[in-house]
Design a binder for this molecule. Sequence first.
Ligand SMILES: NC(=O)c1ccc[n+]([C@@H]2O[C@H](COP(=O)([O-])OP(=O)(O)OC[C@H]3O[C@@H](n4cnc5c(N)ncnc54)[C@H](O)[C@@H]3O)[C@@H](O)[C@H]2O)c1
Length: 385
Amino acid sequence: MAGRIGSRAASVGIALVGTGFMGRAHANAWRQAPCFFDLARRPQLAVVAGRRGPVTRAFAQRWQVARSLTDWTAAVRDPAVHLVDVLTPNHLHAPVAVAALRAGKHVACEKPLAGTLDDARVMRDAAGKAKGRTFVWFNYRRCPAVGLMRQLVHEGRLGEIRQVRARYLQDWGGAATPMAWRFDAKLAGSGAHGDLNAHLVDLVRFTTGLEIDEVCGAIEATFVGRRRSARGRQASTVDDAMLFLARLANGATASFEASRVATGNQNANGVELNGTKGSVRFDFERMNELEWWDHTLPARLRGWSRIMCTDASHPWVGAYWPAAHLIGYEHGFISMAADIVRVITGQKPLLPLPDFQDAFRTQCVLEAATRSARTGGWVRPDSLA
Ligand SMILES: NC(=O)c1ccc[n+]([C@@H]2O[C@H](COP(=O)([O-])OP(=O)(O)OC[C@H]3O[C@@H](n4cnc5c(N)ncnc54)[C@H](O)[C@@H]3O)[C@@H](O)[C@H]2O)c1
């Protein structure tokens, strides 16, 4: 069967399930990856599945996808497909991913792994039994500055990590933004929390290499309770902001803040790590830069230095442009698509990629924060696994 994992096909057939924001980001990434990276097999956009025929057909034409369908179950079974890319609202991640794994495909799924911990557990368990590899699109891991941050920590340049400050701030325009799946807890699971804190928890775990042992002090808030839609006004049932505190495995303290009501912030995804030998900080709104404080320097020379992470020696950058010819949002997805192809062709990714098992740990932290917000107590993510 051409689409099975063991296939010796020269290309990797991709099924995109979803044609929205991420549909575009991923179609672009799969197409661009072999243009920038030397890959053993070339990704081919074999199928796209969407909800509405005309929209899905137009998407297929624009992004040069061979076939368009309105039934994702057919996409998952298609023998030309080796990898199913799940780009739907969160409630569909589990059914699509599990069906794809059972059909013998590799699966790359958008974050959060799922809207609920129960769905995430089903996905983790299915991945454990499957032949296919799994991946979760925590794309910010593929920012060169974030890769450098991880390298500095792992080289010991920050010493012992003592404090972590993570915040992902957006401004969604309050009640002016109409109803969408993202505001419906049945479809999304949660609001800013699953959407934005998922990235932060992953970034902290990835850059520090430390698990989150305990969570407390969580607070969630919904400021816009109803939103206009074609069917009149509908209840918005998710959080608009969610903050929590945590202790990492080495005893370091951490704070997390996710918001869709942080007026003036558009995509301020930022992490700061403070260690005994130095600190680093990153903000996606200046994604080509990493700030570094080297505390091993004499006091009179200490100061924040701004590293332009555009040198060929920075992770993934050598595949793109000369120094200081900046890269953008889409490059994280392109680099990740390339690393996924590397893994399924038996090579190593440049830096670790998250799989379902890894993303499940992040999901346990998110759930621990939700429980802390509702009970006011301490929750250990491990106890939920
Ligand atoms: N990695 C990131 O930074 C990032 C950014 C945005 C969104 N996301 C994630 O990506 C996923 C999709 O988000 P989005 O912003 O692209 O949403 P979107 O609303 O723009 O697109 C969702 C797509 O899913 C399709 N869909 C819904 N039901 C379907 C069905 N039954 N069959 C086939 N297709 C169906 C819709 O038609 C639409 O094309 C979510 O899980 C979200 O959390 C991740």
